[in-house]
Design a protein around this ligand. Structure first.
Ligand code: PLP
Length: 364
């Protein structure tokens, strides 16, 4: 059986979510139509809105459905093209590419946003918006978002938080975080691909990005992706209920890391001394390009990733690991192993066995 350990790229859909998506796709109905079919579609959409709102402890009216976190992030940043913006060096390309003019906030060697540097940059650049992710996709490191939010607000700026890799892994409370905007994606929490949400702080207007029909209170035009949205709602509900399962996933991840450390000293586990979500492990194996490691693992039927999925294939040094002080060779020699709801101990054993063969080859 192939072993899938790339949940941070995309998680396998849970069967109950897939069944709901298929059921809706087999039917018909535009959520904007007034007849019974339209009303049925609208009901799915509004149920999902409440489920997503519940995931991050907000009111349903704060949720705008989008085609994914990339769109949610672009929607916010499109209003800040001619304003000063700060973004952390470890953000996803969805942020970095849509704010090319932004000043970058450094991170520590453990991959945590440097709050002292943030405070200085806030004073020096007087930004209108700051963007910090809650959990890094490559290392799993949890960022000090609520502390950052206090600094950001004291300097009169707003805070956009990319919550994609946090959803369903740690508790998200938008108000406690101090986020003004929060971007989410369904497919990272076992829902369908191509659907996401932007949560806007109560009292703040959601950005108008997609223009056309009046869907989503005129903020996101386009016929609703009813099946996808319903799938996202159910995914959010299940993800929230299953956060305690991450305790056993963390145990598996930690045991795996201990095992691998016992095999060689030639590795670095990125962010190992920082708070991390329990499903992610990023290991650098000195002088062995990630491409070589990925191919060897693939031959054994094991799917992991190097860097973020969006940049894999290009094998550029990871910008996240570079920001943490890794040199170009080190930043090209790391693998990300990411687990989730369907990961078993035998998946981890298969990975360790295959990885041990790679290590052994380096010792010959
Ligand atoms: N932000 C982070 C941290 C991600 O990991 C990803 C997906 O790789 C995205 C944003 C983009 O999400 P989507 O695929 O929904 O556009």
């Amino acid at each position: 059986m192939p072993v899938y350990l790339d949940y941070n790229a995309t998680a396998p859909m849970r069967p109950e979510i897939r069944d709901l998506v298929i059921k809706i796709m087999e039917g018909v109905g535009n959520g904007s139509s007034v007849h019974a079919y339209g009303r049925a579609a609208r009901k799915y959409i509004e149920t999902a809105r409440s489920q997503v709102a519940n995931l991050c402890a907000v009111e349903a009216e704060q949720v705008t459905f989008t085609s994914g976190a990339t769109e949610s992030i672009n929607a916010v940043l499109s209003n800040y093209r001619d304003k000063a913006v700060l973004v952390s060096r470890i953000e996803h390309p969805a942020v970095l590419e849509s704010a090319p003019h932004a000043t970058l906030i450094p991170v520590t060697a453990q991959g945590v946003v440097d709050l002292t540097a943030l405070e200085t940059l806030l004073t020096d650049t007087k930004p209108a918006l700051v963007c910090i992710m809650l959990v890094n996709s490559e290392t799993g490191v949890i960022q000090p978002v609520s502390e950052a939010a206090k600094l950001v607000h004291d300097h009169g700026a707003l805070l956009l938080v990319d919550g994609v890799q946090a959803a369903g892994r740690i508790d998200i409370n938008m108000q406690k975080l101090g986020a003004d905007y929060l971007a989410l994606s369904a497919h990272k929490m076992a829902g369908p691909q191509g659907v996401g949400a932007l949560i806007t702080k109560s009292g703040l207007e959601a950005p108008r990005f997609m223009l056309g029909g009046g869907q989503e209170k005129n903020c996101r035009a386009g016929t609703h992706n009813t099946a996808g949205i319903a799938g996202m709602g159910l995914a959010a509900q299940i993800a929230k209920a299953n956060i305690p399962h991450y305790e056993s996933i963390t145990k598996m991840r930690d045991e795996m890391e201990t095992h691998i450390r016992g095999l060689t000293n030639n590795i670095r586990i990125y962010g190992d001394n920082a708070p991390r979500v329990g499903n992610t492990c990023n290991i650098g194996l000195n002088n062995v390009p990630a491409q070589t490691q990925l191919m060897a693992l693939d031959l054994d039927g094991i799917a992991v990733s190097s860097g973020s999925a969006c940049s894999s294939g290009s094998f550029k040094p990871s910008h996240v690991l570079s920001a943490m002080g890794a040199n170009a060779d080190e930043a090209k020699s790391a693998l990300r192993i990411s687990m989730g709801w369907n990961t078993t101990r035998s998946d981890i054993d298969a990975f360790v066995q295959s990885y041990a063969k790679i290590i052994k080859r380096t010792q010959e």
